[in-house]
Unconditional design. Structure first.
Length: 54
């Protein structure tokens, strides 16, 4: 269960950014979800005919 949901049950209002900041300070990482940096690649391979070099 998420930390923010647990805190809501205990009637503590806290922002998810604050939770992330505290986790970062304590060196904690989420196991279930990690952001991946996706890179865009527009390469489609060889398209069309390529003339021979003479």
């Amino acid at each position: 269960m998420r930390i923010t949901e647990e805190l809501k049950k205990l009637e503590h209002l806290i922002n998810h950014k604050k939770v992330y900041r505290i986790m970062r300070e304590l060196g904690l990482k989420c196991v279930k979800f990690m952001r991946k940096s996706l890179t865009y690649n527009s390469y489609k391979g060889t398209i069309g005919k390529v003339a021979k070099n003479q």
